[in-house]
Design a protein around this ligand. Structure first.
Ligand SMILES: O=C(CO)[C@H](O)[C@H](O)COP(=O)(O)O
Ligand SMILES: [Fe+2]
Length: 219
C-alpha cells in the first residue's frame, strides 16, 4: 500500500493547523513533521509543543522525523504530543538499538533514517526491530532540495536486503520527491513517500490528488 506523507516543513507556519486539515481532507495518509535542533542539522524548525497544538486537527498518522542529537532524551515528549511513528537518525544515536527499543516501549512505531552518505550496513543488526526505514534522498535540514540520484540504488538495495530476510518493512523516501520522479522511486522499492514543496507549492489539494493518481496507476 503506497502512502503519501506531506512534509509540513513547507507549509505556512502561520496557518499550520489549517494547512494540515487541507492535506488531511485531500486524502494524505500520513502527516510528516520535521523536527530540527540546529545541531544535528544546520536548521531549527519546531518541536513537541507545536506538534501537540496541531494534533487535535487531524486523525491521520503523525509521522515525526527527528533530526536531533540523541533523540532518546526526548522520546517521552513525542509520545505525549501524539506522535504515531518516531523516526530517528542512525547518525544521531550513540545507542541505536536502545533508542529503537525505547520508542517501541512507549507504544510508537520506530523508524530509522539514513543520511545520503550512510551505508545500509548500519541497520544490519537492528533490521528485524525497525518498523520503517527512511532513506534520505537529500542532506537533511532544508526543504526544496534536489533528489540525490544515488538514492535510487540505495532504495533498491534496501528492498532487496529486506526481501532476503523475509521482511516487508516500510521504506520511506524523503527529500526532493516530486510528481516527476515519484514513479521511479516507487519502482525502486519505496512505499511511503514524503513530499514537502511538491505538495505545498501551488494547489495543495490538486498536488495530493496528482500523487494519488500516480499511486493508483502503479499499484
Ligand atoms: O526531512 C526533510 C528535510 O530534512 C523534509 O522532510 C524534506 O526536505 C521535505 O521537503 P522537500 O520534499 O521539499 O524536499
Ligand atoms: Fe523529513
Amino acid at each position: 500500500m503506497l502512502k503519501l506523507s506531506p512534509s509540513v516543513l513547507s507549509a505556512d507556519f502561520g496557518h499550520l493547523a489549517e494547512d494540515i486539515q487541507i492535506i488531511d481532507q485531500a486524502g494524505s495518509e500520513y502527516i510528516h513533521l520535521d523536527v530540527m535542533d540546529g545541531s544535528f542539522v544546520p536548521n531549527i524548525s519546531f518541536g513537541a509543543p507545536v506538534i501537540k497544538s496541531v494534533r487535535p486537527v487531524s486523525d491521520k498518522v503523525f509521522d515525526v522525523h527527528l533530526m536531533i542529537d540523541e533523540p532518546v532524551r526526548f522520546l517521552q515528549d513525542y509520545k505525549n504530543c501524539g506522535a504515531d511513528i518516531v523516526t530517528v537518525h542512525a547518525e544521531a544515536c550513540k545507542h541505536l538499538h536502545r533508542t529503537i527499543a525505547a520508542i517501541k516501549e512507549l507504544g510508537m512505531k520506530a523508524g530509522v533514517a539514513l543520511n545520503p552518505a550512510t551505508p545500509l550496513s548500519v541497520l544490519d543488526y537492528v533490521l528485524e526491530d525497525v518498523d520503517m526505514i527512511l532513506i534520505m534522498s537529500v542532506n537533511p535540514g532544508f526543504g526544496g532540495q534536489k533528489f540525490i540520484p544515488s538514492s535510487l540504488r540505495k532504495i533498491t538495495e534496501t528492498r532487496a536486503l529486506l526481501n532476503s530476510r523475509g521482511l516487508q518493512t516500510d521504506i520511506q523516501v524523503d527529500g526532493g520527491v516530486t510528481l516527476s520522479n515519484v514513479a521511479e522511486i516507487i519502482q525502486a522499492g519505496a512505499n511511503v513517500l514524503v513530499a514537502g514543496s511538491a505538495v505545498f507549492k501551488g494547489d495543495k489539494v490538486e498536488n495530493v490528488k496528482a500523487f494519488h493518481k500516480i499511486f493508483s496507476e502503479i499499484q
